[in-house]
Write a protein that binds this ligand. Structure first.
Ligand code: S3P
Length: 433
């Protein structure tokens, strides 16, 4: 069970329709990066629409323990940059909470600091693999210790780093970011090669703040000893949070929903492309660009969805949306299947297992693979008691399932939604009839 798990259950009843308009808090992935880069930049950064997630709060609290001045007034976070070498050795263990992004990306920055720092997290994070960042950061010269098997907590003794050319074995934006962040502290050019494209928010913000970033096909590079400059930044709404409402709007009859200011970075919009390909009526309106990131409004209407197989090479771009897509699959003509997603087993929970178990609790026919899932289509879901295993994305995916099920669905331990979207249930209630 996650730290934010609570005994608080939430009841979800079938919805007649979803209508109205919404705007969601800032994107979690982008907020982490803006805060981390602002902390090692020179001068102040003002970050508007900063994520309200507990995960991003973990990043801010780690930065404070590293001596960075961080002030939050509602959704505006002001960070006084300490410069590349201005962080202070923390007097206690840094607490990344439930956040893999915080631990992995901050590890890249700690690798460049001339002191020793420990970083740990909650029970769920303590089961998540860190070898993937330990390996390249060690190659760059950092000394890192972990619990057995490359698990947290980590103890990182940074210092002078050398640039590397690193071919990532798994497609992970967190690992890419950790290496690029460490590359800022190395003399020369650090290169990361991705097996397939992953979200590029780190590249964008580094460029925005003055670093020299190169991109050639699957290779991303950064020149070290960069001088980063503090900036006023705006975070677009979180598309991964919006995804629950987009799917709900497509599935619940007579729905007509507008979601404003959603981040539309092309490395994150695979969910929209897929839904449109399946027959979803999702329109993108009023697109604009703010500090290198696209955003716009989404208009969603109830649709008949085809379903089908999600190609494995699309999986990295859909990784956070696969739980809600599995739920959606049960309401499509052909069902949904995906393979090549073994990463889902090492997220905040084993998401393949959690999906299979909870879909079965609702009476659905599912097949579980080591690296994926198949959910049959045209299924009638029955309200059931859902066990999210402390995982926010499982809780929210099954709240959507509850809207189209027969009878009442109970999401146990619903407080875990705070990890990414504290007001999820309130927002859902706001548009549900
Ligand atoms: C994230 C990358 C993905 C994603 C996670 C956030 C990021 O993880 O699942 O929720 O912000 O870079 P991986 O890098 O492990 O694929």
């Amino acid at each position: 069970m996650g730290l934010f798990g609570s005994s608080k259950s939430k009841k979800v009843r079938p919805a007649r329709k979803l209508t109205g308009s919404l705007q969601f808090p800032g994107d979690k992935s982008i907020s982490h990066r803006y805060a981390l880069v602002a902390a090692i930049a020179e001068g102040p950064s003002e970050i508007h629409f900063f994520s309200t997630s507990a995960d991003c709060e973990s990043t801010l609290s780690c930065l404070k323990r590293l001596g960075v001045s961080v002030q939050r007034r509602n959704n505006v976070v002001t960070i006084r940059g300490a410069g590349l070498q201005g962080l202070r050795q923390p007097s206690e263990l840094l607490d990344a909470g439930n956040s893999g992004s915080t631990m992995r990306m901050l590890a890249g920055i700690l690798a460049g600091q001339p002191f020793r720092a420990g970083i740990g997290g909650d029970a769920s994070l303590s089961r998540r693999p860190m070898g993937r960042v330990i390996e390249p950061l060690r190659q760059m010269g950092a000394r890192i210790q972990s619990a057995e098997g490359g698990l947290p907590p980590l103890e990182i003794e940074g210092g002078a780093l050398k640039p590397i050319r690193y071919e990532m074995p798994v497609a992970s934006a967190q690992v890419k970011s950790a290496v690029l962040f460490a590359g800022l502290f190395a003399e020369g050019e650090t290169e990361v090669i991705e097996p397939s494209p992953t979200r590029d928010h780190t590249e964008i913000v580094l460029e925005q703040m003055g670093a020299e970033v190169g991109r050639h096909r699957r290779t991303i590079s950064v020149r070290g000893r960069a001088r980063l400059e503090g900036k006023k930044l705006y975070v677009p709404g979180d598309i991964s949070s919006a995804a629950y409402f987009v799917v709900a709007g497509l599935l619940v009859p007579e729905s007509n929903l507008v979601i404003h200011n959603v981040g539309l970075n092309p490395t994150r919009t695979a969910i929209l492309d897929l839904l449109v390909t399946m027959g979803g009526r999702v329109k993108v309106l009023n697109v604009e660009m703010l500090n290198g990131e696209l955003l716009g409004d989404l208009h969603v209407e109830t649709s008949r969805l085809e379903g089908g197989e999600i190609p494995s090479d699309s999986v990295p771009g859909l990784i956070d949306e696969l739980p809600v897509l599995a739920v959606l699959g049960t309401q499509t003509e052909k069902g949904i299947s995906f393979r090549g997603a073994s990463e889902l087993r090492v997220k905040e929970s084993d998401r393949i297992q959690a999906l299979a178990e909870n879909l079965r609790r609702m009476g659905a026919e599912v097949e579980e693979f080591s690296d994926g899932l198949r959910a049959a289509g045209k299924q009638t879901l029955r309200g059931a008691e859902i066990e999210p295993y402390g995982d926010h994305r499982i809780a929210m995916a099954f709240a959507v399932a509850g809207l189209v099920a027969q009878g009442t669905t109970v999401i146990r331990d619903s407080g875990c939604v705070e990890i990414s979207f504290p007001r999820f249930f309130e927002s859902l209630a706001q548009v549900t009839e």
